[in-house]
Design a protein around this ligand. Structure first.
Ligand code: DOR
Ligand code: ZN
Length: 346
């Protein structure tokens, strides 16, 4: 049986939700990850350092006994986020980044930014303080096709931010296109990207062929296998430190997804590192997993790498059909299917 040992990974893009929903899922991330960048798109969103600290403490209280998992909090940018709000976030030891959701781009983004010019003072303060800007990289113009929204965002918005803030650390989150992979690879070294397990393992055919599968619906939406999924696999396994792990695991109640207007999000925290192992192994690059999963993220954020080691074995197991989720159910990615790698308990 093949097995590998790697430094314990971190998840640089995770949705944990709050309350009972958060308590249902946080243990799964804590079992695999050393740290996670926790997305702030709650209702109401996490807009201040005070709210970020309260959310941090709520997560820590919910951790299993003895867990050393560390949630890294994120400020939700709005049209009204000021340089002072950023300063307070920089001074709060719990906050590590700020997130730009274009208003209306995705789940709970209604309070997001309507025009990037509104947050230029905040971006100036972030650049000065070394605080990373995390981007949901899609335009919201109704005239732009949903499959083109990431590429148009890069051309119209991201390239402008990169030009105007040459010293700002930027993470283009959950990239889904060859356009994004190419842009980030050739951008200055302050620009990086996260890649999800679902964008590595599936494409839009999985969502649309043989019937609409709402559990594959996420934003940015799954794209074509060629050139996009293949370009993401190439980027993730390239050993280029600009690309690192961010699951975008986004739990929703099963019934909220299986609906006439199903919500966006794929839950992958139950098997995050195993899913990535399967994707890397599938293209003969398992030896490149550790850099992507455990080294490049902390290096980009300027944090130390984890000191613990985990073991992954090539061993098939079947993912449950569902997990408990705040008194209801969440359907995990690969539910009922086989995953070919398994993390071993320490
Ligand atoms: O699929 C997604 N789900 N994409 C996002 O950007 C948000 C996330 C969520 O919060 O459910
Ligand atoms: Zn997300």
């Amino acid at each position: 049986m093949k097995s590998i040992c790697i430094i314990k990974p971190d998840d640089w893009h995770l949705h944990l939700r709050s309350g009972e929903a958060m308590r249902s899922v946080v243990g799964m991330s804590a079992a695999q990850m050393g740290r996670a960048i926790v997305m702030p798109n709650l209702t109401p969103p996490v807009k201040s350092a005070v709210q970020a600290r309260a959310y941090h403490d709520e997560i820590v209280r919910a951790l299993p006994e003895g867990s050393v998992f560390k949630p890294l909090m994120v400020l939700y940018l709005t049209d009204n986020t000021s340089a002072l709000d950023i300063q307070e976030a920089v001074e709060a030891s719990e906050v590590y980044a700020a997130k730009l959701y274009p208003a209306g781009a995705t789940t709970n983004s209604e309070s997001g930014v309507t025009d990037v010019s509104h947050i230029y003072p905040a971006l100036e303060a972030m650049q000065k303080a070394g605080m990373p800007l995390l981007l949901h990289g899609e335009v919201t113009d109704p005239e732009v096709d949903v499959f083109d929204r990431e590429a148009v965002f890069i051309d119209t918005t991201l390239s402008q931010i990169v030009k105007d803030f040459p010293g700002l650390k930027i993470v283009l989150e959950h990239i889904t296109t060859k356009d994004a992979a190419d842009y980030v690879a050739s951008a200055p070294k302050n620009v990086a990207a996260t890649i999800t397990p679902h964008h590595l393992l599936v494409n839009r055919n999985h969502m649309l062929v043989g019937g609409i599968k709402p559990h594959y619906y996420c934003l940015p939406i799954l794209k074509r296998k060629q050139p996009h999924q293949n370009a993401l696999l190439a980027a993730a396994t390239s050993a280029d430190p600009k690309f690192f792990l961010g699951t975008d695991s986004a739990p929703h109640d099963k019934h909220a997804k299986e609906s006439a207007c199903g919500c966006a999000g794929i839950f992958s925290a139950h098997a995050a590192i195993e899913l990535y192992a399967m994707a890397f192994d599938g293209v003969g690059a398992i030896e490149r997993l550790e850099g992507f999963a455990s080294k490049f993220g902390p290096d980009f954020y300027g944090l130390s790498r984890n000191s613990e080691i985990i073991t992954l074995e090539k061993q098939s197991w079947t993912v449950p059909e569902s997990y408990d989720f705040a008194g209801s159910e969440v359907q995990p990615f690969f539910s009922g299917d086989e995953i070919t790698w398994r993390m071993q308990p320490c």
